[in-house]
Design a protein around this ligand. Structure first.
Ligand code: IMP
Ligand code: MG
Length: 333
């Protein structure tokens, strides 16, 4: 901290939710700002309960954390209100007055498009069509919506003031760099840039205000929807290795492949990563399950961490070893 950007290094689903919940509880976080939209789900285990959040920032697990939704985000009103209820954060969540709104018609447009649904494999939540409408300057904004009135905030001002006051601020990215509209595997990408710089831009925080860029990489790679996945293995093989996952948001199968150093290096470069969080190490080395110190790890796991550090030139500061927020090795002093 004080201002950390958390970004995904592959195709999303790297385990950002878990890392955010750890930081929220541990630091503890004062402000957590979510970017992106409802196509992304962040999975968080908290007090024995699993949350798949599409709108509420992962920092909700720390009950004093102020939660904000960025101007660059797209808000789906029903999901937002449901999640606010579910997490009980009504008194401490704010939505930027200029965040744009996803309407029912946008989700219908996603689903009605054979190209988006079939070729691209959209999540069907309407984010792409909502972004299109925003670019045409005809979108509804949060400030136009009566139900959102109690939540309206100036997120850029609040966030910058918190940073200037030395508070712990986390800017929460969604998806991963390889789904970026600019830097990903176009056209098999989402409708926004997902890089650390874009996360800052969505919030309204300048690059000079950021101290850390924490890049989340999973110990193997997964991807939902279509598009290239180097080294892809079959579903049967993924099941055998314990790498088979289904999407938290849509329930679709996630395709799987081994960790790719070239892609990791590119992700570090484009995001300007200062630290890496490596997640799900226990899925590739079951002996790591629940480890809380580096010394507990088997030699192959230590070797992988050392290789990642060497090849990317970036420290692996956090290592996830299980689903709980606290199943983690914290290697920052
Ligand atoms: P859309 O952004 O919903 O239109 O989906 C476009 C592509 O991005 C599809 O391949 C989706 O599966 C993928 N995608 C969008 N959001 C996420 C996410 O949060 N995690 C993983 N993949 C995503
Ligand atoms: Mg996800």
């Amino acid at each position: 901290m004080p201002c950390t950007v958390i970004a995904g290094g592959f195709w999303g689903d790297e385990g950002k939710g878990k890392i955010i919940s750890y930081l929220a509880l541990k630091e503890p976080l004062d402000v957590c700002v979510r970017t992106g939209s409802v196509n992304a789900a962040h999975t968080i285990w908290y007090q024995g309960k699993r949350y798949a959040l599409h709108m509420v920032p992962g920092g909700f697990v720390h009950e004093k954390c102020r939660l904000l939704i960025a101007a660059g985000s797209n808000v789906e009103i029903k999901s937002f209100l449901e999640e606010v209820e579910l997490t009980g954060v009504k008194s401490r969540i704010g939505v930027d007055s200029q965040a744009s709104i996803i309407e029912e018609k946008h989700a219908e447009q996603d689903k009605a498009s054979a190209y988006l649904k079939g070729t691209i494999g959209t999540t069907g939540r309407g984010v792409g069509p909502a972004v299109e409408e925003r670019a045409r300057r005809s979108a509804k904004l949060a400030r136009d919506i009566p139900e959102l009135k109690p939540y309206i905030a100036d997120v850029a001002t609040e966030t910058n003031k918190a940073i200037d006051a030395g508070k712990n601020v986390l800017l929460e990215g969604t998806q991963g760099i390889l789904l970026s509209l600019f830097h990903g595997t176009y056209p098999y990408v989402t409708s926004r840039d997902t890089s650390a710089a874009a996360i800052c831009s969505e919030v309204g925080v300048g690059p000079t205000k950021v101290d850390n860029v924490l890049l989340v990489l999973k110990s193997f790679m997964t991807r939902v929807g279509t598009g290239p996945l180097p080294g892809e293995i079959s579903k049967e093989e993924a099941q055998k290795r314990g790498w088979f996952e289904t999407a938290a948001g849509t329930g679709r199968d996630r395709r799987a492949a081994p960790f790719n150093f070239e892609l990791a290096k590119k992700a570090v470069m484009i995001n300007g990563a200062t630290q890496i969080a490596l997640t799900k190490l226990d899925c590739i080395y079951p002996k790591c399950q629940g480890a809380r110190t580096f010394n507990e790890l088997p030699v192959e796991a230590k070797q992988l961490i050392n290789d990642i550090e060497k090849q990317t030139g970036t420290p692996v500061a956090l290592v996830g070893t299980g689903p709980d927020a606290l199943d983690l090795i914290d290697r920052r002093q």
